[in-house]
Every structure is written in C-alpha cells, then in structure tokens.
Design a binder for this molecule. Structure first.
Ligand SMILES: Nc1ncnc2c1ncn2[C@@H]1O[C@H](COP(=O)(O)OP(=O)(O)OP(=O)(O)O)[C@@H](O)[C@H]1O
Length: 843
C-alpha cells in the first residue's frame, strides 16, 4: 500500500486506477465514490475501502466516471511479474479528464469533445472563451457579453471547463457553475497569466502567432494560453495537433440562445433528450464522423452573409442536378474513416498500425473524390493531395497489419534489411525446431514425442506418460502435466534463445520504424485536417441534396430585406413522423403590414408545430440547406428568440412563472428589427387577468413604431386569450390568424390549416375526450360549459365566454366542488369569480 499512497499523493484530484494483476483497484475515498457511480461492490483491504474492475472492461467504467466529470489516472505495472525483484514497478501511464480524452472508445464519434476556458469580467460585463478539441485539432476563441456566456458555453457542449473568475463575486461564480452543469476543473489562476499565455502560444505556433491569428486582446490571448497550458499538463503530446487558432466573431452568425436551441429541438428532442426527432436528426445525412460533427456546428451557427449562404446553396444545387456524381461521392464517403481523430492520435503518438492503414485508404479514396470534384467546373474545393502520406504509409506498412505492434508483421518485408534478416532467423529457426522434433523422435524411438511452446516456460519436448520411462538421459525435466512430462535439452535451449531474441529484436525494430513513420506523418497534420474539413463540407452538401430530393425541399431565396414569405411550409421533423401526405402545409407572410401575427386556435390543432416550423425553416435556410416548402423568401434573420411551454427551472431557483417572465424579459431587451420572435402562450403561468394584461402590453411594445431600432421584428404570438385578437383593430402590423376546425356530427376535426381571422372556441373538452377522459365527465363538462357561457354572455360586464380548459386538467377537484354548488342559482358575476378562483387554484 505504501507504493499506492506514494503514487496517489501525486494524483490527488483524480481517481487512481491501480493495476493489480488482471484488475484495476481503487482505494480509500476513490473507492467509496467509484463504488456508487460504477455500481460495483465496495470491500476492504486492511481496513481501507476498496473496489475493483476487470482490466478487459475498464473502458466502460472509465467512460462512466468521465461522463460524471471525474478525472482518472491509470497506474500500470511497468514490469512483468516474473522479472520483478521485490515489489513490482508501477507508474501512471495515462491521465484522462473529460475534456482531454483521445481514446476512441471513450468519445462519441458524431460529437466534438471540447475543453473550454472562460474568463469572466464583471467590470466590463464581458466574457472571453476558448474551445479546443484535442481529438480533432479544432481551436476557437471568441468574446461575448457576460449575460450570454452560458449560452455560448452550452453551444460547444464542452466535456470540461476551466475558469478564470477575475473580479467576480463568489456568489456570481457559484451561480454560473450551478447553471452550466458541466465538469469544471479547479485550476490555479496562474494558468491565465498573460506572459505565460503568450509564451506557450508562440512556442507552439511561432513567434508572430498572436498577431497572425488576430488575438488582439489580452483576455483572448489568456483564454487560449490557459487552454494550451492545461492540455500540456494533462496530455503533453497532444498540443501539437493544433495548427491554428480561429477567432470567431459572433456577429457573423445568427444568435441562438440555449432556450431557442432547446425549444426548437435543434440538437435533441425535448421529450427524449436524444438526437432522435430533432432537427439535427432530419438534416444530417452525412456519411463520415467528421461530417456529422461539422453539421452539428453549422446548425447552431446559421450564417448571416448572403454570399456565403448562396455559395452553399450552389453546391447543393450542383449535387441535385448531378445525381451520378453525388451517388459516386456518397459511396466513396461511406468508406472514409475518421481521419481527424486518427490524426489526433498520430500527433499524440498513440496511433496504431490499423489507424495508419485506415488513414492511407481514406486519403486514397479522398484523392478519387478530389478527381471527381475537379472535373466539375461548378465546384471549387481545393483538397490537398496527400500523396506523400499515402506513399509513405504504403512503403512502410504491410498491407494488412495487426491492430497492435505486439502482433508483429507491421512493417513491410523489404523495407529494412536488418528487419528482414531477423525475420529470416526466426522463420529458419522454426524450421530447425520441426527438424529437431523429427530427429529426437528417431533418436529416442518415441513416435509421439513433440516440441511445443508456452509463453511462461518457452520451448519444451513433451513425452506422454506411457513413454516417460524411455526418455533419454540428457533430457532435463521441466514440468509435469496431466498428459505426461515436459523436458528441455541444451540444443533446444540454444535454438529457443535464437528464436526469442530474434523475435524480441524484431518487435523492437518494428516499433522504432513505426514510430519514425508516425513522426513523418505528423508533419502533415495541418494538411490532413484541412482535407478533413473540406470532406466534411462535401459530405454535408451531398446529404442536403439527398434530403432535398427525397423530401421535396426547395432552395430558399435569401435577401437583405425584412420580408419573410413561406408558401406551403412544413415542419421538417413532424412531417417525417406522420404518414406520407398527412402533414398539412401552411403559408406565412411577414411584411410591412403584417409584422405581429396573433395565432389563436384549439388545443392540439397544430399551433406550436406551426411556430416551430417557421423558425426551423429559417435556420435551415441560413445554414445553406434547402427547405420543406413550395417556395420561401427569407429576409436575413439575425436572432431567433423563443418562449415556449412552461419548462421549470426549479433547480435554478426559479418558479415556472418567474422563468417565463425572465425569458420574455430577455427577449424584449435583446431583439432587433431583424429578429424572429416566437411566443407561445406568454402569460399563462399566472392568473387570467395578470397574464392577459402582460401579453397585451408585450404586443403593444412590439407594435410601437416609435422605437425605430426594433421596429420590423417578426413576431409570432400564440395565445388562448381571445381578447388579444382585438388588438389588430388598433395596432398597425398586428394580424390575426387561427387554425381551422370542422365540427361534424357533434365531433371536431382538426384541419391543421392556418386561416386569417381569430378562433372563437378552445375545444378543450374535445381534447379531453380524445385524451380518454371518462364519458360522464365529458358530458357534464359540456353541460357546465354551455350554462356558464350563457350566464356570462347575459352579463353586460363580461362579454367574453369564460374559458374552462383548466377543467380538463383539474376535473376531479372541480367535480368534487361542483357537487356543492347550485349552478342555476349563480349570477354571471358569481360564475365568473368562481371560475377565476378555480383557475388560480388549479392552474
Ligand atoms: N400541419 C399539421 N399537419 C398535420 N398534423 C399536424 C400539423 N400540425 C400539428 N399536427 C399534429 O397535431 C399535434 C398537435 O400539434 P401541436 O402540439 O402543435 O398543437 P397545439 O395547437 O400547439 O396544442 P396545445 O395548444 O394543446 O399546445 C402534433 O403532434 C401533430 O401530430
């Protein structure tokens, strides 16, 4: 245990996996924590808590710990059991932190694994952040306002975060940490030191790097330097993967905050939390892992530059018009491996022979793709040639090398004379062995004598039990086995030494030649990463073209104007979930006279679907994809805001209504005249009159033309407050729409069609019926609704039918209370007050 504690002292902040034979053991506090997370049995050794996991399945356990934010240090046995004198030598060979892993088995192939550094500055209310992925070589740095930092960090979805908190208050820091739910590593603030940062950047990228990459501000340099310093400490070899730092100007991309990304289900579905049924899942038809990672980044960074969007559209159009070219490229892409991550392993020295073969084959395929691309005048992709790399790998490696160097036969015959000689010795010696076996059989007269080999005892002559008595005198007995006795002889020993030493030398030489190859390949890192980036884009474009053809998408026209007009738009995800032809397409137009759209309609009629579909079409258009509609003209949208549903943030200490209001306030404070704003039932989280008043005031605020800076934003407002539809009579630019419903034979049919004008009913009880509410409750509810309606209408003060959708959710409680009320005896005002009271209590 002394050896354990000595090593543990150096890796105190990490879970130490201590190799003992076929197991990795954890002790003390590590064991207590790990036993719970890994769900393994906690035992004891000399009173110290202990738990262990088998070596062959260690990766799955490490993955569990890493995803929970733990850091892991792997301590290996550094010598063979038989060779050790005293306690076996052990040492940490690998350190894994959530943001600095390279192992393929621990990484998601379709997602980046960023490590991020953040500098928060309360004085300037700004934040600087850098994100680097050592498994792909991407390195970005950017700045934002303090308020937006959580959104920016969330977009990168980093595995791990390091923070410099400068002049922030402890409370602000802990709030920030609590909101993010990302593993944050405590590091010394000296990591963010400017001098240190400058040195490390220049050491890696050259003396003028800071200027070359446009890192003009101190904080920007510090954020990058801190990341590099941390990576150097955790994975020293890996820093060489980076060939540049990209300064990202947020103003080049559409602003999408975390709320919008979540509400619009861009990356994950809100119900499952998984990619399935998200926008990503329907637009991603990529064939390579690099393409899949890139499209994810594109999706949360729609472009604001029309010419860049049009360039993307042109490539998609080309692939649509040239199906043979597209299909040929797609077939080839299917065989391209993750060259980005292989390159990362090359840079860190952990690539294996199979990796290099995969790299060679992929680059050859990419060369073929490059030839196809070059023959098309319309396409302009400059894919590096990479022939030096493929030639090198071909000349070094055998055609089908094993995964591990230990397997031998990695380096090609004829590549190195010494290696060929050693291989000849061991092959010849094997022939000698079989000759010797034949010779000994004759000499001893034992026909079933055989020569065998084990890794523990080496070569031996085995004689079966029945012949042991006739074994020659000069045989030295080595081992008794059930079938007989095993011996060695002087001659066999000499042969064995020759074979084993030749094999050992062969492996050593192969390994050193392989390492040379790795070094020679790592010189081309930047070229391979550039190739990978271009191939990702081609992969995405081919996928966009495939989607456009299969799902009938059209090329949207993007303009600098403020209008937005979509004809027969469809929700890209919902239309795929429904059966073909079941989705009802809908139009939308925003222009001078129609800027604020108030949408009323029954529950379940498709309001939320419609809202989201507009935003999704805009996002698809601005990433360069074609869109699900008959036609679309889109004036560039700079920000999309959403306030949808009543998602609780109880963990963040906010009630449902508080969250609703703070999200809405955020929108009102940040939108511009180019923004698209989606508000779904704002105000429903409080009492009817408070909610309605707030909603009313918000619409007036948007419609106020005097606030020129913001006039013109496109607003979609879904509400159940029918009263709000009256605003179209007094406010310019406010237009009412509703969703068409057909009543037929006492039943209600949702047509999902958007029509001009406002809705007059909620059909809440009908929805309750579809939901399987007992017949008796539904009948009763209809009766009550009609009586309450009549009473309210008769009242001169209350000219709107009271809404009782709440009835569906609270029917049990309401029914109980109804038993004690004589409805016929109530005055309209009493009826209304009762309803108001119920709604407040049961909301
Ligand atoms: N345009 C459409 N065509 C066909 N089916 C649709 C369409 N829009 C929505 N639907 C179907 O109707 C269901 C309900 O839609 P949605 O959630 O948008 O209704 P809603 O009006 O927002 O309801 P609520 O007011 O209760 O939140 C969807 O799950 C979908 O299956």
């Amino acid at each position: 245990m002394k050896q354990y504690w000595n090593i543990k002292a150096k890796y105190s902040g990490m879970m130490l996996f201590f190799r003992l034979g076929d197991f990795y053991e954890l002790f003390g506090e590590d064991a207590v924590k790990a036993a719970t997370v890994l769900e393994v049995v906690l035992t004891q050794r000399a009173g110290i808590p202990m738990c262990g996991v088998p070596c062959h399945s260690v990766n799955s356990y490490i993955r569990k710990l890493i995803t929970k934010g733990f850091k892991v240090a792997i301590c290996e046995q550094l010598e063979e059991f038989g060779n050790a004198k005293g306690i076996i030598k052990r040492g940490v060979t690998k350190v894994l932190t959530p943001g600095t892993i390279l192992e393929d088995t621990l990484l998601e192939s379709k997602e980046n694994n960023f490590l991020m550094s953040v500098i928060l500055d309360d004085n300037t209310a700004s934040a600087t952040f850098a994100a680097a992925d050592i498994s792909t070589g991407e390195f970005f740095v950017s700045e934002t306002i303090l308020k937006s930092i959580e959104a920016e960090v969330s977009k990168y979805n980093p595995g791990e975060l390091i923070i410099s908190t400068g002049n922030m208050q402890n409370k602000q820091i802990s709030d920030f940490k609590a909101k993010l739910k990302i593993p944050i590593s405590d590091i010394d603030n000296s990591f963010f030191d400017i001098e240190k940062a400058q040195n490390i950047i220049e050491e890696l990228f050259g003396i003028s790097a800071v200027k070359k990459f446009g890192l003009n501000k101190k904080e920007v340099v510090c954020a990058c330097g801190a990341l590099l310093a941390y990576i150097k400490e955790m994975q020293p070899q890996s820093v060489s993967i980076f060939s540049e730092i990209k300064y990202v100007r947020n103003s080049d991309f559409m602003y999408l905050d975390i709320v919008a990304i979540k509400n619009l289900e861009l990356l994950n579905s809100m119900t499952s939390g998984k990619t399935e049924n998200s926008l990503l899942s329907v637009i991603d038809s990529t064939k390579t892992p690099m393409g899949a990672r890139t499209i994810r980044q594109w999706l949360i960074k729609p472009l604001l530059d029309i010419s860049k969007i049009e360039n993307r559209q042109n490539v998609v159009r080309f692939f649509i018009k040239n199906p043979n070219v597209r299909k040929e490229i797609i077939e080839k892409l299917k065989t391209v491996s993750d060259i980005e991550r292989i390159t990362a392993r090359v840079s860190s020295g952990s690539a294996n022979p199979k990796d290099l073969t995969a790299l060679k084959n992929s680059l050859k395929t990419i060369n073929n793709i490059s030839e196809i691309i070059k023959s098309a005048d319309e396409l302009d992709f400059n894919i590096p040639k990479n022939t030096q790399i493929t030639n090198k790998i071909s000349s070094y490696l055998s055609d089908e090398p094993p995964v591990s160097l230990k397997g031998g036969n990695v380096i090609k015959n004829g590549f190195n004379a010494e290696l060929d000689e050693l291989r000849k010795i061991s092959t010849d010696a094997k022939v000698y062995i079989s000759n010797l076996e034949a010779k000994e059989r004759v000499a001893s007269g034992i026909n079933n004598l055989k020569i065998g080999y084990t890794s523990v005892f080496g070569y031996y002559i085995e004689i079966s039990k029945s012949n042991v008595a006739s074994s020659p005198k000069h045989y030295v007995r080595k081992q008794t086995v059930t079938s007989g006795e095993r011996y060695i002889t002087e001659e066999l020993k000499i042969l064995e030494d020759k074979i084993l030493s030749a094999q050992e030398k062969t492996l050593r030489l192969e390994s050193s030649i392989f390492n040379n190859l790795i070094q020679e390949i790592s010189v081309f890192t930047a070229d391979i990463l550039k190739t990978s980036q271009i191939i990702s884009e081609i992969d995405i474009f081919c996928g966009f073209a495939e989607n456009a053809i299969e799902y009938n998408y059209v090329c949207p026209k993007i303009s600098e104007g403020r209008e937005l007009s979509i004809k027969d738009g469809r929700h890209p995800v919902v239309e795929r979930i429904l059966r073909s032809g079941e989705f009802t397409a809908n139009d939308i137009t925003f222009d001078e006279n129609s800027k604020i759209m108030i949408l009323t309609g029954p529950n379940m009629s498709g309001k939320s679907t419609y809202l989201r579909q507009i935003a999704l079409i805009v996002i698809m258009a601005q990433i360069g994809s074609f869109v699900p509609s008959q036609s679309a003209e889109i004036g560039l949208v700079d920000k999309i805001f959403t306030r949808i549903g009543a998602g609780d943030n109880l963990a963040g200490g906010e009630s449902t209504f508080m969250l609703e209001m703070s999200e809405t306030a955020n929108i009102l404070n940040q939108y511009t005249q180019r923004s698209l704003i989606i508000l779904d039932e704002v105000g429903r989280g409080t009492s009817t009159y408070d909610g309605m008043s707030i909603a009313w005031a918000i619409i007036e605020f948007f419609a106020d033309d005097k606030r020129k800076a913001n006039a013109g934003a496109k607003i979609l407002f879904v509400t159940h407050y029918f009263e709000l539809t009256k605003l179209s009579e007094t406010l310019k630019g406010v237009v009412n729409y509703s969703i068409d419903v057909k009543e037929w034979n006492g039943d209600v049919i949702f047509l999902h069609k958007i029509v001009k004008g406002s809705a007059d009913k909620s059909y809440g009880i009908h929805v309750a019926k579809i939901a399987g509410m007992p017949h008796q409750v539904i009948e009763r509810a209809y009766k009550i609704l009609s009586r309450l309606g009549e009473k309210a209408i008769k009242s001169s003060k209350y000219d709107e039918s009271p809404q009782i959708e709440f009835f569906c959710a609270t029917q049990q409680q309401v029914l109980t209370e109804l038993k004690n009320i004589d409805i016929n005896a109530l005055s309209p005002i009493e009826t209304f007050n009762i309803l108001k009271n119920w709604k407040e209590r049961y909301k």
